[in-house]
Write a protein that binds this ligand. Structure first.
Ligand code: PLP
Length: 394
């Protein structure tokens, strides 16, 4: 079959691929520990399930406006005001089929052929592919591990050309868990304003921070930056609602309007029932689920971080948010006789039945990503298996 050029170079998501491989081995009866998951191992809170049931029973099961139901847009406007001191009008918000589709739609409406988008590396796997699908070119800027994987303003500026349309900022980050400070964001923002480029600020992990560091949105820092920023967020990670597929974008009305037009021809609307569920997620006061989830994640982070750093040839910076660790395993892989980390990861799955995601999928060949959104016992066991694997092969 002669498929379209645009999908010929498309790589499948490496995180979903490793999760599928781990599932397959499990089904064959192997005792596999999967650390590939990008989703909380908590159920969606009951009050959210109840709201969805109620919506279904009330017959709220029909098409909705393409950009989302008015009640949910209002709730998102309130969320931005309360959490981020950002004032948006409802016509500056679009509700989408997950944050992933907000980003996809955004790049579709922003990019013309050969337009460039700066993607700091390590990056979330879908950014480069989405940019390419929209006809654009991702331009990678390596954010150094020594600088906790944070891009500096100088590195950003050096990558800007006449074709640069936007830069992606993802804080807290998947895969590294790092966060930019307010001062760092301000400095990056100034470079963007100087060159008149847009900022795509992916804030999906906003609620999952385990230090005293405060989440800052670059859109908060000045009116001018606000006008140059599209904020991406959603309920997938904050409310353990990955399968419901509700995300959103907020930004300049012209961009949101174009995205809404495009959505009207692609998804029509995000699932009606899921929108009512997300509405409950934002409207319910006194929800303690997030706090409980954060407490468990924070404990797991402490534990796994220490266990990983105890493995010969493995070094791991301490993340501040999200639910991933991104250790450098180059030395461990080479001590084990593997030419690259990808092969080491494949052998680890084959021999020890531990599934981690190779850093190459995130543009960082020396690292691996482990998700701690899995039980504490499984994490302990996984760390032990990795250690034994490294010792055995040295
Ligand atoms: N952005 C980042 C950085 C992510 O890690 C993810 C999910 O893994 C998304 C966006 C997409 O979130 P959603 O499940 O709402 O599409």
């Amino acid at each position: 079959m002669n498929l379209a050029k645009r999908v010929k170079t498309l790589s499948p998501s490496s995180t979903l691929a490793i999760t599928a491989k781990a599932k397959e081995l499990k089904q064959q009866g192997h005792d596999v520990i999967g650390l590939g998951a990008g989703e909380p191992d908590f159920n969606t809170p009951q009050y959210i399930l109840d709201a969805a049931m109620e919506a279904m029973n009330d017959g709220r099961t029909k098409y909705t406006p393409s950009g989302g139901i008015a009640e949910l847009k209002d709730a998102i406007v309130n969320k931005f005001q309360t959490d981020n001191q950002l004032s948006y009008r409802p016509d500056q918000i679009i509700v989408t089929t997950g944050a992933k589709h907000a980003l996809y739609t955004l790049f579709q409406v922003l990019l013309d052929e050969t337009d460039e988008v700066i993607v700091p590396t390590p990056y979330w796997v879908s950014y480069p592919e989405q940019v390419k699908l929209a006809g654009g070119n991702p331009v990678f800027v390596t954010a150094k591990e020594d600088n906790h994987f944070k891009m500096t303003p100088q590195e950003l500026e050096a990558a800007i050309t006449e074709k640069t349309k936007a830069v992606i900022i993802n804080s807290p980050s998947n895969p590294t868990g790092m966060m930019y400070t307010k001062a760092e964001l301000k400095a990056l923002g100034e470079v963007c304003l100087k060159h008149n480029i847009l900022i795509v600020s992916d804030e999906i992990y906003e609620k999952l921070i385990y230090t005293d560091d405060e989440h800052v949105s670059v859109a908060q820092l000045s009116q001018e930056l606000n006008e140059h920023t599209i904020v991406i967020n959603g309920v997938s990670k904050s409310h353990s609602m990955t399968g419901w597929r509700i995300g959103y974008a907020a930004g300049p009305q012209e961009i949101i309007k174009a995205m809404t037009n495009l959505a009207s021809h692609s998804t029509s609307n995000p699932t009606s029932i899921a929108q009512y569920a997300a509405l409950a997620a934002y409207e319910q006061a006194g929800d303690t689920t997030l706090e409980e989830m954060k407490k468990v994640f924070a404990e797991r982070l402490e534990m796994l971080h220490a266990l990983l750093n105890d493995i010969p040839g493995v070094s791991c910076i301490k993340p501040k948010g999200a639910f991933y660790l991104f250790p450098n395993v180059k030395e461990a892989a080479s001590n084990c006789g593997y030419a690259n980390v990808d092969d080491w990861v494949a052998a680890l799955l084959e021999e020890e039945k531990v599934a981690v995601v190779p850093g190459s999928g995130f543009g960082s060949e020396d690292n691996i990503r482990l998700s701690y959104a899995t039980s504490t016992e499984a994490l302990k066991e996984a760390a032990e298996r990795i250690k034994q694997f490294v010792i055995k092969h040295q």
